[in-house]
Design a protein around this ligand. Structure first.
Ligand SMILES: Nc1ncnc2c1ncn2[C@@H]1O[C@H](COP(=O)(O)OP(=O)(O)OP(=O)(O)O)[C@@H](O)[C@H]1O
Ligand SMILES: [Mg+2]
Length: 633
């Protein structure tokens, strides 16, 4: 036997362990569900690995979980013949929390109000095992990794350190031995050596576990084994058999997410291909939803046999938040990962599943608005990604979009609702971009639209720029930015009349506009008379074929070229505004006056600030403003 090594828990782990044991779970019984879930995961992993390494199963074909209570010794052992852990894995998986972001998480936990927030944050990390310390004063793990000869014993009282030593385990797999705390009904600690208690808990939380959970009872000195769980695949049962609680338990087990799911989607395809799916929409976005290496995908079963844990090929990336299982009657059981990527059946299933999920979400929007808005708040951005990535599902995706808008109703609006509110004569859908709703709402570009009673959508999520870029119409009506040259509210005839009037005013203002163009040449490529402004003196608009400034900013940031010169835009001035009238008179009277150029720059700076952008040279802007005030006040 080798030496026993004593190691400290990683600092973050110790803090998490503390939270798990003392405040996380209100119900101490759930430790059993957590340990059974780990055992079941370990058996699944073994099974999946054995698809390629047959010898793993051949040596010991039994896949089960055993519960061995010992009332005299006051221990409960949860034993599995799963994948097991090497010594290194034990230290890494149990002694530390390897997930990126742990430190930040613990910081948030310390800062936050605890309770629900703690649970919701902590639930995203693997901490289930630590729940054992709620009911046990000491926990031992004896484990042997499948396909290896050595085994390891891990032991801890949950107090900051643990020991590891060589052990002697005969079979592959893992024993978790709980040295139980005294029974304490007041504090929710039941007698976990009682067959009756164990039977009830397994039925309640772990009935669907796909491997037999066997209880050892000794009767007259003879051990007897009974299987406690039905092992029925939950998707083959009726909704009334399973019940909401049953589905939620299954979801927790499958997704490692502690929240109850927001919604459940049960699907059955009966055509040339036969398959079933039980899918869940989570109620909270996981913290790694936007990480490139996020592990997503549905569990793929073939005729009830698990063949892949995270099958990405079954869903398009914009539905990666969906959890669940798919069970096919037609696929071969020996489907390799490489084959899955190319398989025609899988491609068909993926298209069908995507359509069904999108239709389900559309029905949710129609019938359960509040639930849908909760969904949208968590996953709306991912749905929008779909529009930028995918044209296959475009029409379905468009129906799911929600935006806030100048119409301040109960909440955000769908495009269809927007269209229904469109007044006579409005032929396009309009949007304004901005960094936030508040900034967008004050955009000078909106003025003429508001005056006309036209609703304008707020595109304030960074990804909205991409939506605008890839979506050009909805139900045959163009989707147009109010910040584009030539975009004006009104019917064809109205717009023509306005445009004619504008042109003739522009004739008169030409010398003044030419002066602005020359003074602001670095930022402005043209100055025009505006028809869209009612209260602001000036605004900037993009040419018809230009990228929007927001998108340009993002592309510049993405390419790392912070410098680059932004496309010069068009300055529109409100010739009815007193400031513009005064400047024009000044220019007509004394075109050489140096304060004219200062005024032009201030006008431009104000227009940029109004749309939430910075003037091209903020410190020069500040200097000019100060100089101006000093002169005038
Ligand atoms: N019986 C077991 N056999 C093999 N590995 C195990 C076993 N129990 C735990 N582990 C390993 O330890 C890790 C940590 O377990 P823990 O239950 O704390 O987190 P998790 O299962 O990953 O996530 P969750 O919070 O959903 O439980 C597991 O991911 C697994 O790799
Ligand atoms: Mg677990």
């Amino acid at each position: 036997m080798g030496t026993t090594e004593t190691l400290p828990f990683q600092a973050e782990t110790r803090q998490l362990l503390d939270i798990v044991v003392h405040s996380l779970y209100s119900n101490k019984d759930i430790f059993l569900r957590e340990l059974l879930s780990n055992a079941s995961d370990a058996l699944d992993k073994l099974k999946l690995e054995a698809l390629e390494k047959h010898e793993l199963l051949e040596q010991d074909p039994v896949l089960d979980i055993e519960l061995v209570p010992d009332p005299q010794a006051r221990t409960l052992t949860v034993s599995d013949s799963g994948i097991g852990m090497s010594r290194d894995e034990l230290v890494r998986l149990i002694g530390t929390i390897a997930k990126s972001g742990t430190r930040e998480l613990v910081e948030q936990l310390k800062a936050g109000p605890g309770g629900d927030t703690a649970a919701s944050l902590i639930g995203q990390f693997g901490v289930g095992f630590y729940s054992a310390f709620m009911v046990a004063s000491r926990v031992e793990i004896v484990t042997r990794k499948a396909g290896t000869e050595t085994s390891t014993r891990w032991e801890s009282s949950g107090d900051g350190t643990y020991t590891v030593a060589e052990a002697n385990r005969f079979r592959r797999g893992t024993d978790v031995i709980l040295h139980l705390k005294p029974v304490d009904p007041e504090n929710g600690i039941a007698d976990y050596t009682s067959a009756q208690v164990l039977r009830t808990l397994v039925k309640k939380h772990s009935d669907f576990v796909a491997h037999p959970i066997k209880l050892k009872e000794v009767k007259d000195g003879v051990p007897e084994w009974t299987t406690l769980n039905s092992m029925k695949p939950i998707w083959t049962q009726s909704a009334s058999e399973v019940g909401d609680v049953g589905y939620a338990e299954f979801y927790h087990h499958l997704s490692h997410d502690w929240h109850d799911p927001l919604d459940r989607i049960a699907l059955k395809a009966e055509g040339r291909l036969e398959y079933q799916a039980l899918l869940f929409v989570p109620s909270k976005a996981p913290f790694d939803l936007y990480y490139r290496d996020q592990e997503y995908g549905l569990q793929l079963h073939v005729r009830r046999v698990l063949i892949m844990d995270h099958c990405k090929a079954l869903l398009p990336p914009f539905l990666r938040f969906v959890k669940g299982v798919v069970d096919s009657a037609d696929l071969p059981v020996n489907l390799s990962r490489e084959m899955i990527q190319q398989d025609r059946h899988i491609a068909q299933m993926r298209a069908w599943l995507a359509r069904k999920v999108l239709d389900h979400l559309a029905a949710m929007l129609a019938d359960r608005r509040e639930t849908y808005q909760a969904f949208w708040g968590e996953f709306g951005t991912v749905i929008k990604e779909g529009l930028a990535q995918d044209t296959e599902h475009r029409d379905r995706l468009l129906k799911l979009l929600l935006f806030h808008s100048t119409h301040e109703g109960e909440g955000p609006t769908s495009l269809a609702e927007y269209v229904q509110r469109m007044p006579e004569g409005q032929a396009s859908l309009y949007y304004v971009t901005g960094e936030s709703r508040a900034i967008a709402a004050r955009s000078p570009h909106l003025e003429a639209f508001k005056a006309k009673g036209y609703e304008v959508l707020y595109f304030v999520d960074p990804i909205d720029e991409f939506v605008a870029q890839s979506v050009h119409e909805f139900e045959g009506k163009p989707l147009v930015s109010v910040a584009r040259a030539g975009v004006e509210p009104g019917s064809e005839t109205e717009r023509k009349a306005t445009e004619d009037a504008r042109k003739s005013r522009e004739q008169e203002l030409r010398p003044f506009l030419a002066f602005l163009e020359q003074a602001l040449a670095e930022t402005v490529r043209e100055a025009r008379v505006s028809t869209r402004l009612t209260t602001s003196p000036a605004c900037l608009v993009a040419g018809e074929h230009d990228l929007s400034p927001g998108l340009e900013r993002m592309l510049r940031t993405a390419s790392g070229k912070e410098e680059g010169t932004p496309t010069r835009r068009i300055l529109e001035v409100n010739d009815g505004h007193p400031l513009v009238q005064r400047l024009r008179a000044m220019h007509a009277g004394s075109p050489e006056d140096p304060s004219l150029a200062d005024a032009a720059h201030l006008l431009l700076g104000a227009a940029l600030l109004a749309e939430g952008a910075a003037p091209p040279d903020p410190s020069a802007f500040a200097e000019r403003l100060t100089a101006f005030m000093t002169r005038e006040l």
